[in-house]
Design a protein around this ligand. Structure first.
Ligand code: UT7
Length: 323
């Protein structure tokens, strides 16, 4: 049985760090409020001229180096993003060109904060069906460009960054002992559009608009939906939650991470949290947290890892893999 195995991972963050205290100089907020309500201490914000493709390329190069392969060995690049450099073409094609990759295909996936999990599902399907052998999957965002800096209820929450993994076909025996993606579970409910959206876009206003969010409502749905997605993914492989080594959630709010873990009886020590350092980086948040836990030695080869995310749409989902 063919499995999509992660053979390398890497990240890229803008060098510019903005702390809560720095933000409080221009926004009516405080470090105490932001940390108390979200756990966020700082975020990386792209400098003027620094684009999503720059961050995506940095993460891509780091992941390829970690995998020990070069771009000539890739069959596809998939980039999950909501903040492309241009309305078209896809960020993935810009990365393709800048990596000097002239073969295969490159395209973007748009599922907002769930983008990386959606991209993982697409890449897994393409690899398992034999359509591709090696895929570079990137989550990259410059969410700072979509924020209304006069809206303190949203602008303090988000940050910029990128993370990437290289997935490669690997022959397993078809049991949960196999390395690679064991299952992915995707969900969406378009009726919840108005809770998280941008008030503009190409065909409506011919501008990008600004991010709008009903925070309290999103929070409630997040804990419910993420818990259900985690359980669905664990059940799909018949693996009890207690046997999963690491949970790598979308990093929107520490209280969502804690609430979801509590609801499912998961030990918080097994939940990777980078929300304090990165804030919510949308599609980049799961791979950034993943790379952090791999590089600091928490996630080791053979570990069972569950990734989960929720975002605008609403979209949500989870993926279970053996590292
Ligand atoms: O990635 C997609 C998923 N996104 C999320 O998961 C976000 C989910 N939502 C949340 O994380 C939380 O709802 C927030 C962090 C956005 C807000 O936390 P909350 O505990 O729901 O606060 P609230 O919206 O009920 O606001 C409480 C108070 C309000 O003041 P009053 O009406 O009680 O006087 C707000 O005006 O806090 C005020 N407030 C702020 N004060 C200082 C809102 N934002 C700020 C701020 N600084 N930045």
């Amino acid at each position: 049985m063919i499995r999509a195995r992660v053979i390398g991972a890497g990240a890229c963050l803008p060098s510019n760090i903005v702390t809560n205290d720095e933000l409080a100089k221009t926004v009516d907020t405080s470090d105490e409020w932001i940390q108390g309500r979200t756990g966020i201490k700082q975020r990386h914000i792209a400098l003027p001229g620094e684009k999503t493709s720059d961050l995506a390329l940095g993460a891509a190069r780091a992941a390829l180096t970690d995998a020990g392969i070069d771009a000539g060995e890739l069959d596809m690049i998939i980039c999950a993003t909501t903040t492309p450099d241009e309305s078209f073409p896809a960020v993935a094609t810009i990365v393709q060109s800048r990596l000097g990759m002239h073969q295969g295909a490159a395209f973007d996936v748009q599922a907002v904060c769930s983008g990386f999990v959606y991209g993982l599902s697409v890449a897994d399907s393409l690899i398992r069906t034999g359509a591709a052998r090696t895929i570079l999957l990137i989550g990259a965002e410059t969410m700072s460009r979509l924020l209304d800096w006069n809206d303190r209820t949203t602008c303090v929450l988000f940050g910029d960054g990128a993370g990437a993994v290289v997935l490669q076909a690997h022959t397993g025996v078809g049991t949960n002992a196999d390395q690679g993606i064991l299952n992915t579970r995707l969900f969406s409910d378009g009726r919840l559009h108005d809770m998280l959206y941008t008030d503009g876009g190409v065909s409506s206003t011919q501008s990008i608009g600004k991010l709008k969010m009903q925070g309290k409502e999103v929070f409630k749905h997040a804990v419910t939906n993420l818990s259900a997605a985690i359980q669905a993914s664990a059940d799909a492989s018949n693996i009890p939650l207690s046997e999963i080594d690491w949970f790598v959630p979308h990093q929107a709010n520490q209280r969502i991470l804690d609430g979801t873990a509590k609801k499912l009886g998961i030990d918080p020590a097994r939940v990777v949290s980078t929300v304090a350092l990165h804030g919510n980086t949308s599609a980049a948040s799961v791979p950034l947290a993943l790379v952090t836990a791999v590089q600091d030695g928490r996630i080791k080869r053979g570990d069972l890892v569950l990734l989960e995310a929720m975002g605008g749409g609403f979209t949500w989902g989870a993926a279970l893999l053996r590292w």
